[in-house]
Design a protein around this ligand. Sequence first.
Ligand SMILES: *Cc1c(COP(=O)(O)O)cnc(C)c1O
Length: 537
Amino acid sequence: MKTQEELGVPVPANKPLIVRTIKYVTKEQREYALEKTEYSMFSFPADLIFVDFLSDSGSGTMTDFQWAALFHGDESYARNKGYYVLLEAVRDTFERGDDPKKAINLILTGETDVKRLMDELYITSYEGGFVNGGTHQLVRPNAFIVPQGRCAEHLLFSTIAPILKQKNKDITYYIPNNGHFDTTEANIVANGIKAINLFSENLLDDFPYNEMDRRNPFKGNIDVKGLENLIQDKGVESIPLIYITITNNTAAGQPVAMKNIKEVHKIAEKYDIPLFFDACRFSENANFIKEFEEGYKNRSILSIVKEMFSYVDGFTISFKKDGLANIGGGFFFKDRGVFHRKFSIDEDIGIKLKERQILTFGNDSYGGMSGRDIMALAAGLYEVIQEPYLNERKSQVREFARKLAQNGIPVILPAGGHAVYLNMDKFFEGSDMRLEDLGGVGFTIELLKNYGIRACELGPFAFEWDKKTPQQRKGILNLVRFAVPRNVYSASHIDYAVAAITELYHNKEKIPKVRISRGAELRLRHFQTGLQPIYND
Ligand SMILES: *Cc1c(COP(=O)(O)O)cnc(C)c1O
């Protein structure tokens, strides 16, 4: 008889004990609301939607462990207890592998032994890693809590841009990535630096859906040859940082292989360039490495995460993703590592970053987060590396993609970690829909109007195809993303979505072209512009 693991269906990882009733809204009501909200996905009231795949960002369900932790939140202005718990959780998650200390339990179990609390939590000393502790964090700050991932990006790029100018004001700087997320790219560009996407060459290759459980080509990898060429071509001085996004959200949520991370690490080391992760979905990425990369089957998620992070010099992260929290972000870099050495010119770079953090978000012990959110986030870091959870999540996304593929829908395969992506070039193949007609946007409008399902275009509209040079346009894919929030939806939501998407696919000639009716020139415009679908009848 097969074991529970061999059944080919993941072991259930949780059970909901609280539910929210979805309102019954008619197509006519949604049609009215769409018209009144300029047909923008970002302006449509969430309460009127049946299934919301707009984003997995901060939209997940928290566990009972997190809600319990939340009650221990401490709203003190300076050095709230959650600050220490969170720093320990970050050390546990990214540096300690199979030996986490779980100091959070001191708080959750109501420890009253003051000496123990001081020795293990409040009066500790760490240096040499991603999170200095005690006076080392004061002298050489290297851990920055902020409300979101983009705040970490803003903090980083707005602080290093003037330093780069000071180093050499006459050159153009480039930051390569396996796929810049939209806010990352916008923060880089807003600070006068160029953002380069080096997608893996196999990204859009076909992949048979019945092999998704057997192998994975790690299409999220960075194009290593392209990276070497870029450095050679532009010169080492022009590349202040190299970024790897795990998983590669912009490239269809595809994972990055440990082998790829190691290769980039070697290149970064050779040229003495700091290598950073955009670490938003580190544990989902680690789970792909465990399942598909040779030599990792018997390793724990934590030990894989530790190895991944041993190859980088720092990371920005949105804890709203993998971290299972509703809010939170951070920036961490190696104490006295490459970044620290390269950017501490007149003054310690950590001190400069901290000054900016205080100016924009608040002092370093809360960074714009409430004490409650800090505790929920710290607890979430222990939940998100649990394998039953990761396996069930991964398989839900994979099933979503498999069912779409079985119905003939052009979905990018294999499925990524957090979302399913449709290839809209293929979706509209054979029709007169051109890239500039924004067919992906038209599709999302029809899906919301007819079936109450919200998805997100990540293509010529979101990535501003019309504002780019022919060279830059090569870095743009034409996708629609269905991001799956964590622990929110069940198979019935997925089945409803698959049926609706399939129906629209069979009626694609009814999908309208779309024009931008207001604010085409705005930056990050998919959050703010008005749209107008053009119906033929
Ligand atoms: C969401 C995301 C960000 C930005 O994080 P926010 O918390 O939304 O500001 C950056 N990079 C990637 C890969 C992301 O998915």
